[in-house]
Design a protein around this ligand. Structure first.
Ligand SMILES: Cc1cc2nc3c(=O)[nH]c(=O)nc-3n(C[C@H](O)[C@H](O)[C@H](O)COP(=O)(O)OP(=O)(O)OC[C@H]3O[C@@H](n4cnc5c(N)ncnc54)[C@H](O)[C@@H]3O)c2cc1C
Length: 406
């Protein structure tokens, strides 16, 4: 049975998942006059203790939601982005706020995931205080006539004009409309942690976003804040033939991390040692989808384009999806089928290209050339030359989900 009454006169969108995609979509749709109901499997918002990069393309969505100032208050933007040699920590600048290396905005917003989640959650609550239904696990979705249903594990359902699966990489909504999408292990595992600044040496306080590169691993580090308390967030990817589960919340052991980073600069070792938590998970890929929508059901975010983290684009593309979907629904009035066609046409090729480019970055970050300084420095200067950086990022960063033709 449908669990809620429709709000008179408004089109109602049922959202599965209160992650970055579900929250951005709910906030945008409410702003555009839709009614939303968000169903989240967890009993409360789940905090993933880690930092997050928001680039200019994602920031445009936050700005359109009126959240620019709130985000600025929790942001710790870097003054420079460095590629650093794994053994010595010497760095090559790829972006300097003052250098004007590219006409495209390469600014990074650096926040804690939990903080961004809170800001988006509050943006939804302000518009609809009873939008959230926690502890509701969906098992799939279906179209019935011109209505859509999100199905729950207790046999119930919620009905609306549209169901959107924002339920992450293991999406049950995706499985129910497109079948299972086998995940392939990429041969790399990821580590992440959050080290309190107070436990680290002074050099960690520098306002830098650094990617340390080595022959079989790379580590990205940057400062973030939680209510004025400073941390260094780090995520590391390491070649690993051992299979690990695809779950961001799988704890990892310090001894294993130290084993993976033997011979690395002490600053990296210190991050692992000082971290208040350590997680390790396997990096997987799925074949790109050719369609995201079927009937009155569609997908947003990792549910339709989970990707490797090498370009830092997962959340940025997710926010773009949400905003573009809301614009399509607004533009096509009650013609939901047309809106979903428009959404698929606007988004799929961009997401699939990003997914492929992101995977391709693994062989750039991990290279034999990086073993010794003699070969490493020419390699770093070539791979992260101003032109190479522009070719890699400009097309991603220039995209404006709020104005792009749909
Ligand atoms: C450590 C880490 C660092 C990252 N850093 C960056 C970065 O710097 N920049 C970047 O762009 N991207 C980054 N990403 C990727 C980015 O976080 C994801 O791409 C993004 O969170 C996807 O959002 P989503 O809403 O699609 O999925 P999620 O954020 O995974 O949210 C899915 C939600 O759905 C809920 N759910 C799942 N199944 C069900 C169900 N059956 N029923 C109801 N609810 C369900 C989950 O509990 C969750 O709340 C990072 C990821 C990780 C793990």
């Amino acid at each position: 049975m449908s669990t809620l009454q429709s709000t008179a006169g408004k089109r109602r969108v049922i959202i599965a998942g209160a992650g970055m995609g579900g929250l951005t979509l709910a906030a945008t749709l409410l702003q555009k006059g839709f009614d939303v109901e968000v169903y989240e499997q967890s009993s409360e918002l789940r905090e993933v203790g880690a930092g997050l990069w928001i680039s200019a393309n994602g920031a445009r969505v936050l700005q359109a939601l009126g959240l620019k100032e709130t985000i600025e208050a929790i942001n710790l933007s870097p003054e420079d982005r460095l590629i650093r040699f794994w053994k010595t920590g010497e760095g090559h600048s790829v972006y300097n706020r003052d250098a004007g290396a590219s006409k495209v905005d390469h600014t990074l917003i650096q926040v804690l995931r939990a903080e961004l989640q809170r800001v988006l959650y509050e943006a939804v609550l302000r518009q609809k205080p009873d939008a959230f239904h926690f502890g509701r696990r969906s098992v799939g979705a279906e179209t019935v006539g011109d209505r859509a249903r999100l199905l729950f594990d207790d046999g119930g359902y919620a009905e609306g004009d549209l169901v959107v699966g924002c339920d992450g990489a293991h999406s049950r909504v995706r499985q129910s409309i497109f079948g299972t999408a086998p995940a392939r292990y990429t041969g790399a595992a990821a580590w992440r942690g959050l080290a309190p600044m107070g436990k680290l040496k002074p050099q960690h306080r520098q306002p830098l976003a650094s990617t340390w590169v080595g022959p079989t691993a790379h580590v990205t580090t940057y400062p973030v804040q939680r209510q004025g308390e400073l941390f260094v967030s780090f995520s590391a990817q390491v070649d690993s033939q051992t299979w690990h589960t695809e779950s961001w919340s799988e704890p990892g052991a310090l001894a294993d991390a130290l084993d993976d980073f033997k011979g690395w600069h002490q600053d990296i070792i210190d991050l692992f040692t000082a971290s208040e938590n350590l997680f390790r998970w396997g990096l997987f890929v799925r074949d790109p989808l050719e369609s995201w929508s079927a009937g009155r059901v569609t997908l947003v975010g990792d549910a339709c384009h989970s990707m490797t983290p090498y370009l830092g684009m997962g959340v940025n593309l997710t926010m773009e999806d949400a905003f573009v979907l809301a614009r399509c629904l607004e533009q096509d009035g009650t013609d939901t089928a047309r809106a979903l066609q428009r959404y698929d046409a606007a988004r799929i090729s961009r997401a699939n290209r990003t997914k492929a480019d992101s995977l391709g970055m693994l062989s750039v970050f991990h290279s034999k050339e990086l073993e010794n300084p003699e070969t490493a420095w020419p390699y770093i200067r070539k791979q992260w030359s101003p032109q190479a950086v522009r070719d890699r990022y400009d097309w991603l960063l220039q995209y404006d989900a709020t104005t792009v033709e749909i």
